[in-house]
Design a protein around this ligand. Structure first.
Ligand code: NAD
Ligand code: DAU
Length: 353
């Protein structure tokens, strides 16, 4: 038995790989292109593990993926691989179209070729789980109900448009070719191994370095936060019991305005690693130019996953955020490894350009 995970050196994929190896005695093939967001240090604890095989490569490389499928005959493919940062998609959308749209298309085709050749039993057991985002649904007003699975797709950024396109491809491969697919649309994740271009790790690290804490616009945009390990448990559950062709929204019921999130991080750091001058980290908050096309509010209605598959998140935002801040304080080596030259260039172009 084996599974193929794509993008398993990234934030969520990396957490999923570590989590899976803890829960299953089964070979896991981890295919990752190692873009700026992929980091083998995240996988240090499973390097050399007999159930983990890392392969450096692109989901769009049909030959490589085809070989991996034939060699390992996985019972499932879980597709995390993507360009994932909205701000980068605004500066350079091409890579998002290449991986998220064309790459997903190529992966689907390679997987379909493999699946068609499987024995009837294996064919029936096989699943393609596509990991997607709530951003495909667009933005909500303050009083709107949270996104359900039947909410229309209204993506607003190059990133979310590329993820929406990939979701549509996955859907079409089910309806047209009967490929046994599952799709999850998850809200904002946070937790260990999160690349510090994203709000929560960026604020933790900037605070500790005495830098400005950049809050876009008025800071009243709302995100619905989910601890990454809860996302992993949801994915395991959907893979195990999800209905073929269905989509499942995954969320933590933790809607928070960005400014409140930043203030919570400051309070945790004031308690856990106070500034030597005794002043709160909140003094470092700065309002900066807003993100173009910035979605105002996301909120996930995760009732379907709870009612049909019995999944619920284990962490509250308070407990998960505390664990996250402590993780960053205790892992300066990982932080140093990812904050390389190209990361510093990104910070300069995004915040001082
Ligand atoms: P990430 O940017 O941290 O990691 C992406 C990984 O994919 C990296 O390891 C990268 O090297 C790899 N990759 C990129 N292009 C590739 C390619 N062509 N072939 C093989 N590997 C490639 O992203 P993440 O935050 O871990 O997100 C993982 C998935 O979950 C994405 O599909 C994203 O859209 C989705 N998602 C993310 C969030 C979130 O809050 N981070 C929420 C919901 C859904
Ligand atoms: O909703 C799920 C999505 O969550 C995923 O699909 C994406 O891959 C993931 O990156 C995330 O997207 P966001 O754009 O919501 O995450 P980000 O951490 O970039 O920003 C969170 C909020 O904080 C958003 O409203 C923008 C704001 N922000 C972000 C940064 C980096 C700031 O105010 N300042 C910042 O410096």
């Amino acid at each position: 038995m084996a599974i193929l995970v794509t993008g398993g050196a990234g934030f969520i994929g990396g957490n999923f790989v570590l989590d899976w190896i803890n829960h299953h005695d089964e070979l896991l093939i981890n295919l990752d292109k190692l873009t700026y967001a992929g980091n083998l240090q995240t996988l240090d604890s499973v390097s050399g593990h007999p159930n983990h095989v890392f392969v450096h490569g692109d989901i769009g490389n049909t030959e490589l993926v085809g070989q991996l499928l034939l060699e390992h005959k996985p019972r499932a493919v879980i597709n995390f691989a993507a360009e994932s940062h909205v701000d980068r998609s605004i500066h350079g959308p091409a890579a998002f179209i290449e991986t998220n749209v064309v790459g997903t298309f190529r992966l689907l085709e390679t997987v379909r070729t493999y699946w068609l050749e499987c024995s009837p039993v294996r064919k029936q057991e096989f699943r393609f789980l596509h990991v997607s985002t709530d951003e495909v649904y667009g933005t909500l007003g303050p009083q709107d109900p949270a996104f359900r699975e039947d909410h229309p797709y209204q993506p607003n950024s190059p990133y979310s448009a590329s993820k929406a396109a990939s979701d549509h491809l996955v859907r079409a491969w089910f309806h047209t070719y009967n490929l046994p697919v599952l799709t999850t649309n998850c809200s904002n994740n946070y937790g260990p191994f999160h690349f510090p271009e994203k709000l929560i790790p960026l604020v933790i690290l900037h605070a500790l370095e005495g830098k400005d804490l950049p809050v876009y616009g008025d800071g009243q945009q709302v995100r619905d936060w989910l601890f990454v390990k809860d996302h992993c448990s949801a994915l395991r559950r959907v893979l195990e019991a999800g209905q073929i062709g269905e989509t499942y929204n995954v969320g933590g019921w933790n809607e928070k305005a960005n400014l409140d999130v930043v203030r919570m991080i400051c309070s945790l750091l004031d308690e856990l690693r106070p500034r030597t001058d005794g002043i709160s980290y909140a003094e470092q908050i700065r309002f900066v130019r807003d993100r173009p096309g910035h979605d105002r509010r996301y909120a996930i209605d995760a009732h379907k996953l709870e009612k049909e598959l019995g999944w619920k998140p284990a962490e509250t935002f308070e407990s998960g955020l505390r664990k996250t801040v402590i993780w960053y304080l205790e892992h300066p080596d990982w932080v140093q490894g990812v904050t390389s030259g190209s990361y510093r260039q990104w910070l300069t172009s995004q915040y001082h350009g």
